[in-house]
Design a protein around this ligand. Sequence first.
Ligand code: ATP
Ligand code: FE2
Length: 327
Amino acid sequence: MICLGIESTAHTFGASVMKDKEILSNVKDSYTTKSGGIIPTEAAKHHEKVKYAVVERGLREAGIKLDDVELIAFSQAPGLAPCLLQGRDIARELASRLKVPVIPVNHCIAHLEIGRMLCKCRDPVLLYVSGANTQVIAYASGKYRIFGETLDIGAGNFIDTFARHTGLGFPGGPKIAELASKGKNLIELPYSVKGMDVAFSGILTNLKQKYNSKKYKLEDLAYSLQEYAFAMLIEVAERAMAHLGKKELLLGGGVACNKRFQEMCKIMCKERGARFFCPPASVLVDNAIMICWLGLLQKNQAISWKNLDKVDINPYERTDDVIVKWR
Ligand code: ATP
Ligand code: FE2
């Protein structure tokens, strides 16, 4: 079956085509800002402008015609409503034109399923660390459940905010990573694990104060930021693995591109006799392949083109709101 996947939860508008398990294309166009964060309505305007061109590019790269598409998947949740609406609208429009079914999918679950498929792991604990999301997710009793998460901001937003404060620009993740590799001194920071959850705003305030005091080298602050934040994330992921008796750790989200983070995860897995899996960077960050793949997995739940009014967004849907019928 040929599926067209559409991603539009936040800054990225992406399109991908898969034929069963074979990935035929993956293209995207992302909204960026010179300074400041993402403005939802501006990102949506970006998506509106580029969406037809991105879909066309996705089809062209896959070497197929629009008429060949048999199923359309789009990210329905979670995300910024104005952005999600752009994905929903084009999914509806194309489904009506082609008379094919539509399957709305959950972006967080898509990160887990694409990792499971590409890395060939069976039943992992997903440590999903992106800009907006920071969650520990695993399968239990018919649902993907959240075993731990951030109580305030996502780890990526935390890193990006500190980077912006120090004039490093956006996205800060890669810049902090580069500076951190030159840092040598571990500076004490608040370590904020609360049960199975983590919190970053206290460390962020502390880091900003330390930076403003001019008593510390930025390299050392970057190094310490990474050591503390990543240790917190790995602690809660490890606890979930221990409680659930799961033997696989899978990474997802843009922050998982960080090499030091990957190394620390590997060490934890080795120490507890678990296996570590990290998919390619192209699917760690927001992408449409994972939407396409989850759509194919959920194809039996697709909505007919005759009922397109039932196809909608669900910005606040949580991972554990979805009943997993495909595994
Ligand atoms: P989601 O909608 O899933 O929350 P997102 O829109 O926040 O995703 P992602 O692309 O998954 O976006 O992640 C973006 C984050 O990843 C940013 O905070 C960025 O700084 C960080 N990042 C990207 N590359 C790296 C890297 N090499 N090292 C560390 N952080 C990185
Ligand atoms: Fe994501």
